[in-house]
Ligand binder design. Structure first.
Ligand SMILES: [Zn+2]
Ligand SMILES: [Zn+2]
Length: 418
């Protein structure tokens, strides 16, 4: 069929051009800052055993019930495209005996994730996340460091964000709170949405997460977990907040923040843009997860950020990613100059000075127009005359000032001016 044309699957996008500039910028900053905080990169497979996510994320979540891309291989394995990052990192920690390394083990990851979500603005079925995980040591200092590292990334991106923070307690205090909450919600059952009436049975905490107006109103009067923390949890939460205060990090306490997943304990957080309250990501402590997935008892915490969300937020805040740092344009005129320009381009490349060119074009006018368009600071002009004299013209684009320098010295000369 000659007239057949293909379209990308719903909820995916081809990332290129300006969007790719944003992407590149966020990736670059995330990597650099993670390294500053001593995180090491980890890449896990894009697909994993289905059971890994059912056991970790929790059967009663939307992710498991509606959003997983599951498939059976020809060999009969039940696999899914990974819907989130933490479970894979924990699986890897257990499988590779990372508990034998000096603790804590700190990982960052960046890559695509997959959820079969209803297509809507800013939501993709293949989306990208950047995440940090710290495993092996329980300390409020690590919760604070995790949050601080994430804040540093946003600071570097010049995005104003605010952290919402809560504590979910632990196995000592949460069951008691859950009971109280359940009792309260049962009393107000008629005021809850249909979904929440179901959630009430499976996991009452998740009702606190509901975005429906009717539920929000009811929840306002619900008992708050921070008032029901045991001594140890209370102390831990206080310590985290004190450290954040020490760092001058702006946060707000949200007594009803529970996060969508089952595995969180103690401190949990979400990140929003300061003005529009656009949700960018979140995370928290998950002390029980390693054991839940078959490892030894291992405290841990982590957080992740949606890259597409961050791009949207940057665009709204009119923050532009800088172009890749190319400030020099190389223009050539005539056959001999073109040949020499090819060599010169390599000389610049070896000196690690990125240079724009349009070797495929011959007219000087169209090359100069291109130099203008890419915003080059300097244009190097190499014509027949210059070639013979072993010289080249440096044109400063802003002022139009031109001067001629020796071809042998032009790399050095440009290096000094940049
Ligand atoms: Zn509801
Ligand atoms: Zn507790």
């Amino acid at each position: 069929m000659a007239d057949q044309s293909f379209q990308k699957p719903t909820g995916t996008q081809d990332i290129h051009g300006r969007y790719q500039d944003y992407f590149w910028k966020i990736e670059k900053v995330s990597r650099a800052v993670s390294k500053q905080y001593n995180f090491e990169e980890i890449q896990t497979p894009l697909f994993e055993n289905e059971e890994l996510f059912i056991r970790s994320v929790g059967e009663a979540t939307d992710i498991i019930q509606k959003e997983m891309y599951s498939f059976e291989t020809k060999g009969g394995d039940k696999l899914v495209l990974r819907p989130e990052g933490t479970a894979s990192v924990v699986r890897s920690y257990i499988e590779n005996d990372f508990y034998k390394k000096p603790q804590p083990v700190k990982f960052y990851y960046i890559g695509p994730f997959f959820r079969y979500e209803r297509p809507q603005r800013g939501r993709y079925r293949q989306f990208h996340q950047f995440g940090l995980e710290i495993l092996g040591v329980k300390s409020a200092a690590l919760d604070a460091q995790l949050i601080q590292a994430l804040r540093s990334i946003f600071k570097e991106l010049k995005l104003e964000v605010i952290f919402s923070i809560n504590s979910l307690g632990d196995e000592n205090c949460r069951p008691e709170y859950k009971k109280k909450l359940k009792k309260f919600l049962n009393k107000n059952k008629e005021d809850l949405c249909e979904d929440c009436q179901r959630r009430l049975k499976e996991n009452p905490l998740r009702v606190l997460d509901c975005k429906e107006e009717e539920c929000r109103k009811t929840i306002e009067n619900a008992p708050q977990i921070v008032d029901h923390l045991c001594k140890a949890c209370n102390k831990d939460f206080k310590e985290v907040l004190e450290l954040l205060d020490e760092l001058g990090l702006s946060y707000e306490l949200d007594p009803f923040l529970v996060r969508g997943l089952d595995y969180y304990t103690n401190t949990v957080f979400e990140i929003f843009t300061e003005k529009e309250k656009l949700a960018l990501g979140g995370g928290g402590r998950y002390d029980g997860l390693v054991e839940m997935l078959g490892g030894r008892e291992t405290p841990a915490c982590g957080g992740a950020v949606g890259i597409e969300r961050v791009i949207e937020a940057m665009k709204k805040a009119k923050i532009k990613p800088e172009k890749e740092d190319k400030r020099v344009f190389l223009a050539q005129l005539g056959d001999s100059a073109k040949k020499r320009a090819f060599r010169l381009f390599e000389e610049f490349r070896e000196a690690e000075i990125p240079v724009y060119e349009t070797m495929g074009r011959d007219s000087l006018k169209s090359q100069m127009a291109r130099a203008d368009k890419v915003g080059a600071e300097f244009t190097l002009i190499l014509g027949r005359q210059e070639c013979i004299k072993n010289e080249i013209i440096i044109r400063e684009m802003k002022t139009g000032k031109q001067e001629t320098v020796s071809l042998d010295k032009v790399v050095e000369e440009i290096k000094e001016r940049l």
